[in-house]
Design a protein around this ligand. Structure first.
Ligand SMILES: Nc1nc2c(ncn2[C@@H]2O[C@H](COP(=O)(O)OP(=O)(O)OP(=O)(O)O)[C@@H](O)[C@H]2O)c(=O)[nH]1
Ligand SMILES: [Mg+2]
Length: 356
């Protein structure tokens, strides 16, 4: 999974990126410190994995990963080429979800590109640019599909109708994700590649000791898990400490979890992901993310397309039951391993063996 970190220049994107990835990328109190995107891969912490691996006699234990892209700061007019303009936009297009960093700290030493820090206005400035860029792209796509429709296919007409609704939504300042995809042209959204069709996690970059995002941001985000508060600077400092010192410091600061843990939890909730495990004696154990509601057949596809093609059945056990039993033979003895077909809906924490 690729997550793009976006926001105004100096919002603290690279500071957050470093806190998440320990990549040590350059940060500075002037705009456009980042030009080319910084990219780093992070392991998704999951304490269940090691225990599943041990019970199954599997090694090594390989966590799920997320690729973070720290992108150049966006300014007003980016969609028409201001700042780093189109380069910026192209970098976002490659990602599957957006982590939007909004400055919400009061450190006067960090200059604000607009002169004055205003979280709600900053958020809107960035989103307006994404919508402008989408509008331009949607208009071009509409022209092209209109020409194709004139010469024929059914799918094209449905796509055209959808695009017209997309244009309307964008012109009113609403994101593409608010326009339901057309039943007769389910691939239309993928062909448009709109920036505003990507799910967004808002991160308020707050001062030390603040554990809540400003209410106007929470409201804009639609409440709940899609808006979290993180002090990028504190997290970046903690990320440089050895693990035990960081844990102690975190306890002193009253932070139960690392910024990475909180951000990943929020991202999983936003993207509606569950985790399933595969673990085989004498081979590797893995944790993998899957969209909630996916089936054993989908899970097989995550493991390998060949395994999916040869799918016969899935053997499933809840991770806790496997850990309690201590081994597959004991779990089998206790009758805890279920046989499921391809339509079985995968649950969070399922340990799955695909027979193929
Ligand atoms: N006080 C405070 N300063 C921060 C925080 N996060 C970032 N900064 C400072 O803000 C400045 C800009 O941070 P960067 O992480 O480089 O910002 P950026 O969004 O990557 O900026 P560009 O790459 O220029 O777009 C640096 O001087 C950081 O030290 C924070 O949580 N608190
Ligand atoms: Mg940067």
């Amino acid at each position: 999974m690729k997550i793009g970190i976006v926001g105004l220049p100096n919002a603290g994107k690279t500071t957050l990126f470093n806190a998440l990835t320990r990549a040590g990328a350059e940060t500075a109190a002037y705009p456009f410190t980042t030009v080319d995107p910084n990219v780093a891969i992070v392991e998704v912490p999951d304490e269940r994995l090691q225990r599943v691996a041990e019970a199954a006699g599997a090694s090594p234990a390989l966590p799920e990963t997320i690729e973070f892209h720290d992108i150049a700061g966006l300014v007003r007019g980016a969609s028409t080429g201001e700042g780093l303009g189109n380069r910026f936009l192209a970098a976002i297009r490659e990602t599957e979800a957006i982590c939007h960093v909004i400055r919400a700290h009061g450190d006067e030493r960090v200059p604000h590109p607009g002169g004055r820090s205003d979280p709600a206005a900053d958020l809107e400035a960035v989103e307006a640019e994404l919508l402008f860029a989408d509008l331009e792209q949607a208009e071009r796509r509409t022209d092209r599909v209109r020409k194709q429709t004139a010469s024929g296919g059914k799918g094209d007409a449905a796509e055209l109708e959808w695009l017209e609704r997309v244009n309307e939504a964008l012109a009113k300042g609403r994101p593409v994700r608010d326009v339901p995809p057309p039943a007769l042209a389910p691939d239309a959204p993928a062909r448009l590649q709109a920036l505003s069709s990507k799910p967004v996690l808002y991160v308020a970059n707050v001062d030390e000791g603040i554990d809540r995002a400003p209410p106007e941001l929470v409201e804009h985000a639609g409440g709940g898990a899609s808006c979290i508060a993180i002090s990028a600077r504190i997290e970046a400092e903690l990320a440089e400490l050895p693990d035990d010192e960081a844990t102690q410091m975190r306890a002193e600061l009253g932070l139960a979890e690392s910024g990475l843990e909180r951000l990943i939890r929020a991202a999983y909730e936003l993207l509606d992901l569950v985790t399933f495990f595969t673990a085989h004696r004498g081979s590797e154990a893995r944790a993998r993310a899957l969209r909630r509601g996916s089936t054993a057949w989908d899970a097989a596809g995550k493991v390998h397309t060949d395994i999916q093609a040869g799918f016969v059945r899935a053997e499933v056990i809840d991770w806790r039951q496997l850990v309690d039993a201590g081994s597959y033979p004991e779990a089998r003895e206790r009758g805890l391993i279920r046989t499921e077909g391809r339509d079985y809906v995968v649950g969070d924490g399922d340990v799955i063996t695909i027979r193929h």
